[in-house]
Design a protein around this ligand. Structure first.
Ligand code: ADE
Length: 434
């Protein structure tokens, strides 16, 4: 049960811990971990539905200067609804972590099956078709995985492929888009990494995903890697040269497709559209079968960001800046709440002043409420509402929309909020932080 405000006030509420997320999910065994995140098995306490819960270390993301990137990636990830992509159910936060509640893929890693024995050409084709269907869908939405590797390929209970970490891979490496518009990141598992990444020349996200799909297809069919050596430098050299041999059971049609996927020149490498027309690929390909739940718009999708109406556990936890998830989602409404002991007029007055200093326009102002926007050219709106919680304490609810297309300061978080910091009351007790 979600704790009530009264329970919170009575300090009975426990904030997210390693075992319990906002009273909503229970965390179980560790499934895996990376540089910035750990993935746990978890379940919805009420419905008992299973999930994989990815806990991301906020501080490391912030220190790495990856906040802006994570925002954009989450925003993209939340829009991906495809039968072969692990679905992001919701995002929650605790003081130190951001939690992604992900669809649970019950069948485990695809490659644990391949390691037992290689797949037949038909089975390899089936998984490759599902993989390309997922990759093509994401690319058409401007989302690139860039870190496709065995750990990211899971199976559901019907042995269908589920690609995970789509759009989140940026969290695991230090990303930069430079002035040539290409990504400059050493990212990915060496054996699956495209030669242009190793060459550090900058790369196109779509092309490197296709290369990785080529390696994956090779492994499904062969049962081993096309470019491999215990010495990393020797392995890199093999990748650069792009010379590989296929096992004798490989059909000429599959061999041809592999040579087009593992083309070391990204400009001539096969594209998703060309793959869809490849004779070997096309056999029995029906395209993705979407079922209605892939389009389901969950009531309250986005609830995890503090929003108006009744206060819930998330609202309470986001009172303090340490728990704040505000502004994570580009072009969606973001929110934050905090407690204050100041008078409502003072709070509203300070917001209006800060907004005017930032050349924003106050479009509506009342004793308990102010609305601000960026005028004709700026995609920013902000609403601040004050509600009384106790005789001495008010709840300040802030909601805004801002679509940043470029990394840079957030209007609320970086410009306005600091000007109000003196008004923010940090309660003692279970949700206090910093
Ligand atoms: N390991 C990492 N992500 C997972 C997921 N979504 N389901 C099952 N196991 C996982």
């Amino acid at each position: 049960m979600t704790p009530t405000l009264a329970e919170y006030a009575g300090e009975e509420y426990q904030p997210a811990t390693e075992k319990n997320l906002l009273g909503k999910y229970e965390l179980g065994q560790l499934l895996g971990y990376g540089a910035f995140a750990k993935v746990y098995y978890g379940w919805d306490i009420e419905s008992k539905q299973s999930f994989a819960i990815k806990a991301i270390n906020k501080q490391r993301i912030m220190k790495g200067g990856l906040t802006g990137h994570v925002k954009r990636e989450i925003s993209a990830m939340r829009r991906l609804h495809h039968p072969n992509i692990v679905r992001l159910q919701e995002v929650l936060a605790s003081q130190k972590k951001i939690y992604f509640v992900l669809e649970f893929a019950k069948g485990g890693e695809l490659f644990s099956k391949v390691s037992k024995s290689r797949f037949s050409e038909d089975l390899s084709r089936r998984y490759f078709q599902q993989l390309i269907s997922a990759i093509g869908y994401c690319h058409s939405r401007g989302v690139y995985h860039r870190d496709l590797k065995p750990e990211n390929l899971l199976l559901d209970e019907n042995w269908n492929l589920k690609v995970t970490d789509f759009g989140l891979s940026a969290v695991t490496c230090d990303d930069q888009v430079q002035s040539d518009g290409l990504l400059h990141t050493m990212c990915g598992t060496p054996a699956y990494v495209a030669p242009e990444i190793l060459a550090k020349k900058g790369y196109d996200g779509a092309k490197v995903d296709i290369w990785s799909c080529g390696i994956i297809l090779y492994v499904l069919n062969a049962g081993f890697l096309p470019f491999n050596d215990p010495n990393l430098m020797v392995m890199y050299r093999k990748i650069f040269k792009g010379e590989f041999r296929v096992p004798k059971w490989t059909s000429p049609e599959l061999k041809r497709l592999l040579s087009r996927l593992l083309d070391t020149n990204p400009n001539t490498r096969i594209t998703v559209d060309e793959i869809l027309n490849d004779p070997w690929f096309k056999i029995g390909y029906k395209g993705a079968e979407f079922s209605s739940h892939h389009f389901e718009i969950k009531d309250g999708d986005g609830d995890e960001v503090g929003r108006g109406g009744n206060l819930n556990a998330f609202d309470i936890i986001s009172f303090s800046s340490g728990y704040n998830l505000s502004g994570l989602f580009c072009d969606e409404e973001a929110g934050e709440m905090f407690l204050s002991t100041a008078e409502p007029e003072e709070i509203i007055g300070r917001v209006a002043e800060a907004a005017e200093e930032e050349r924003l326009t106050v479009v509506k102002r009342k004793k308990w409420y102010v609305k601000v926007d960026g005028g004709q050219y700026r995609k920013f709106t902000l609403m601040v509402e004050v509600k009384r919680l106790t005789e001495d304490i008010v709840v300040v609810e802030v909601r805004w929309r801002e679509c940043e297309t470029e990394p840079g300061p957030d209007m609320w978080t970086d410009r306005l909020r600091p000007q109000l910091s003196g008004l923010i009351y940090q309660p003692d007790g279970p949700v206090a932080c910093n």
